[in-house]
Design a protein around this ligand. Structure first.
Ligand SMILES: NC(=O)c1ccc[n+]([C@@H]2O[C@H](COP(=O)([O-])OP(=O)(O)OC[C@H]3O[C@@H](n4cnc5c(N)ncnc54)[C@H](OP(=O)(O)O)[C@@H]3O)[C@@H](O)[C@H]2O)c1
Length: 278
């Protein structure tokens, strides 16, 4: 398949380039295609005429989105809308990567694709707006929600924990937010499976199981062989601009109902990350 990947230099974009290597890939990051530029998007999609387009470009700084909502909505909502309009015009299938932060966190069992979103933050609202543009403009679309991504490229929680552990003699990590840490390479491989099917719709795709950020940090340091005390703290002790859901664990229910192979448990994903990092 001929596939455009936007945001190709991002954490997931990098892994998508590897996972989709057997396809005719057109990798575009902001320097090649700014998704907020409507005319540039139309021109590029017309020129390339791919069979599918994967949007992994986003403004992903959750606190940054809260402080600069115009940029959040411009990139995550309007940028996605631009791509969806182009895909509509040239009859191209589109895959949009979305987030667990579309949920408010009031659940105590994992969220499925059949649960109603209710985002708490600008980031979550801007990503949900992107989902709605994709679903309303297109028939041939996939929306893939994921969570707590970390990969070998880009900034993420795993790298932050290892860096802080090297600089400090103790750490304090939030223990009242629960989610599904997901290795971006595993997500990229699942996207590569999904994109070649005609099984359009909404998917959750995360490594299975769940934990708090505190549990996640303990497992990161354990697997890295770093012994340093970590104190569990509550979110209110951090005072960050954007509210986060207390519980945003996702269940890969559509993948299961459609007979896709299950994703591995989050601790095994982390082991694979360390194996690749060397
Ligand atoms: N990271 C997570 O924990 C997480 C969790 C759930 C869902 N997601 C979703 O997963 C997807 C991939 O996330 P990620 O972690 O790979 O993000 P990332 O590393 O921040 O990558 C996003 C890429 O998009 C680029 N970009 C930003 N604005 C753009 C624009 N106007 N036009 C074109 N490209 C633009 C960025 O370039 P610059 O770096 O130059 O800005 C970056 O290369 C996103 O849709 C995100 O919302 C992420």
């Amino acid at each position: 398949m001929k596939i455009i990947v936007t945001g190709s230099k991002g954490q997931l974009g990098h892994d998508l380039a590897e996972a989709l290597a057997g396809h005719d890939l057109i990798l575009l990051d902001i320097n090649e295609l700014d998704i907020t530029d409507f005319n540039a998007v139309l021109r590029k999609v017309d020129e390339v005429k791919p069979q599918a387009l994967i949007n992994s470009a986003a403004y992903t700084n959750v606190d940054g989105c809260e402080e600069n909502p115009a940029l959040a909505y411009k990139v995550n909502a309007v940028g996605t809308q631009n791509l969806a309009i182009a895909c509509q015009k040239f009859d191209i299938a589109m895959l949009y990567v979305s987030t667990d932060f579309v949920f408010d966190g009031n659940h105590d069992v994992p969220y499925t694709e059949f649960d109603d979103p209710n985002p708490l933050s600008v980031y979550g609202r801007s990503k949900l707006a992107g989902e709605r543009y994709v679903a309303s403009l297109l028939n041939k679309y996939f929306i893939v929600r994921t969570a707590w991504l970390y990969g070998t490229h880009g900034h993420n929680f795993v790298k932050t924990m290892l860096k802080l552990a090297a600089q400090r003699d103790k750490l304090a990590v939030v223990n009242d937010q629960f989610g599904s840490p997901t290795f971006s390479r595993d997500l990229a491989q699942k996207i590569a499976e999904i994109i070649v099917t005609g099984e359009y719709g909404l998917y959750h795709a995360v490594n299975t199981g769940s934990c708090s950020w505190f549990d996640f940090s303990r497992e990161i340091l354990r697997q890295a062989g770093v012994d340093i005390p970590i104190k569990p703290i509550n979110s209110h002790e951090l005072e960050r601009p954007a509210p986060r859901p207390a519980y945003s664990v996702l269940k890969n229910y559509s993948l299961e109902l459609r007979g896709f192979s299950p994703m591995r448990p989050w601790k095994s994903g982390l082991t694979e990350y360390f194996k690749l990092k060397g």
